[in-house]
Design a protein around this ligand. Structure first.
Ligand code: HEM
Length: 392
């Protein structure tokens, strides 16, 4: 025992269940009682595990295919237990405020170009330096087909940002429920992957804590950047944007007691549980290269150097270095001076178009097109429940 390193002892301890995997992640400061790292989605996790083991997922995917709009009746052909569960959860929480959700939709429309950019190049690339997320995405089935996976993730963002997302004619409630089923399947499947088990610091992925971390890489991050960039927003806009995300993470199965109530609380939680966790992994580096390669396939009117520098500008040089993004100092200078001026002009705070206006304009329009086309897929890519992991 004496020649075992502390790390080996720790991983041995985790393997034997003696040391909690949560020791690798920061504790939550402000929850009484339950710990979000140790809360999953028990009822649906059990139910979907049964479907996976019984070979019934393909039939369920077929039945779910025609189910898209929030007011669609549940499709026929679902197993009784899944039908019963969906009947209970397929609705907005009682605290959802339709007026705020409508305002959020309007806000998304008004600020769409910044949102495409921040979700796509910011949150998308950040997900590759959240080790647990990078490892689970990489070692799940979808990790081997990043183009397809990116298109499905676009579907989530697109349905969330759409004008009537939460209205009966919208699609977001259904998309969120399908995602919740996918996550339940992943919780059952990944622990069976020897590759994932060899690198994971947890026994079951996608806890409530992990979902909150990802929310901070999306909503909390985007909100903070909009403020940093002095994009004009009213207090009601900011509140509505938070509310939309609160409803979204409720629909993904996060317990209401864990959902931050204000942006201040979200920022504090993000500083506590997201920022200290960010780190490079071999899996994340490969995923980032795939994602940036995907973006580079589309003509964004800018060089790869400019794209790399935009990622550095949005996420920090530290993250850029972790991902090995080569430097392009000329592009970096252009972005550092040109982007704030571009925003000021677009928002009516500068009387004349600054240098580089058309370059930035073409860039964000092309990114928006990529988003609106749901990635590079010509048709919408349905979200389906996986039946296995990445082979290796
Ligand atoms: C699948 C969104 C949190 C890991 C998906 C899908 C969506 C999605 C839309 C379906 C698309 C697809 O099948 O590829 C979200 C959102 C989250 C969140 C909005 C939080 C706000 C997480 C977290 C993890 C995770 C925290 C892991 C730590 C995965 C994996 C898949 C998946 C492994 C399946 C990929 C596959 O094999 O197809 N997620 N997710 N997700 N998610 Fe999440």
């Amino acid at each position: 025992m004496s020649n075992l390193s502390r790390r080996n002892v720790l991983s041995l301890g985790v393997a034997l269940g003696l040391v909690s995997a949560a020791s690798a992640v920061p504790a939550w400061a402000s929850t009484d009682g339950a710990d979000p790292w140790w809360v999953w989605d028990d009822e649906v996790d059990r139910l979907v595990a049964g479907l996976v083991d019984g070979g019934r997922v393909p039939a369920v995917n077929t039945a779910l295919r025609s189910w898209t709009d929030n007011d669609d009746p549940l499709p026929s052909g679902l197993p009784d237990d899944l039908d019963g569960w969906l009947r209970r959860v397929n609705r907005l929480p009682s605290w959802a405020d339709p007026a705020k959700l409508r305002r959020a939709a309007d806000f998304n429309r008004r600020k769409d170009t910044y949102l495409f950019l921040l979700y796509g190049l910011g949150s998308g690339i950040m997900s590759t330096v959240i080790p647990r997320e990078a490892r689970s995405v990489y070692w799940s089935a979808g990790g081997a087909a990043m183009q397809d996976r990116a298109a499905k993730t676009f579907t989530f963002g697109y349905d969330l940002s759409e004008a009537g997302a939460f209205e009966p004619s919208g699609q977001f409630v259904v998309t969120a429920n399908k995602t919740r089923l996918v996550h339940a399947a992943v919780r059952h499947l990944l622990p069976q992957s020897p590759h994932w088990r060899a690198v994971a610091d947890e026994r079951i992925p996608i806890s409530n804590g992990d979902i909150l971390v990802t929310f901070h890489s999306l909503g909390t991050f985007v909100h903070r950047k909009l403020r940093e960039w002095h994009v004009p927003m009213s207090a009601a806009d900011e509140d509505a944007f938070l509310h939309q995300w609160q409803v979204a993470i409720h629909l993904l199965g996060v317990r209401d007691e864990f959902i931050p109530q204000t942006w201040a609380a979200a920022d504090a939680q993000s500083a506590q549980v997201l920022t200290p966790l960010l780190a490079p992994t071999p899996e994340g580096k490969e995923l980032a290269a795939d994602l940036l390669g995907l973006t580079a396939q589309i003509d964004l009117g800018v060089t790869r150097g400019f794209l790399n520098e935009f990622v550095r500008y949005v996420l920090s040089n530290e993250v850029g270095d972790w991902l090995g993004l080569p430097r392009d100092y000329a592009a970096a200078t252009l972005i550092r001076t040109g982007w704030p001026a571009y925003i000021a002009f677009r928002e009516g705070l500068l009387p004349i178009a600054p240098a580089g206006f058309f370059l930035f304009d073409q860039f964000i329009r092309a990114l928006a097109m990529l988003f609106l086309n749901k990635g590079t897929s010509p048709t919408s890519t349905p979200i389906t429940i996986p039946t296995g992991n990445r082979p290796g």
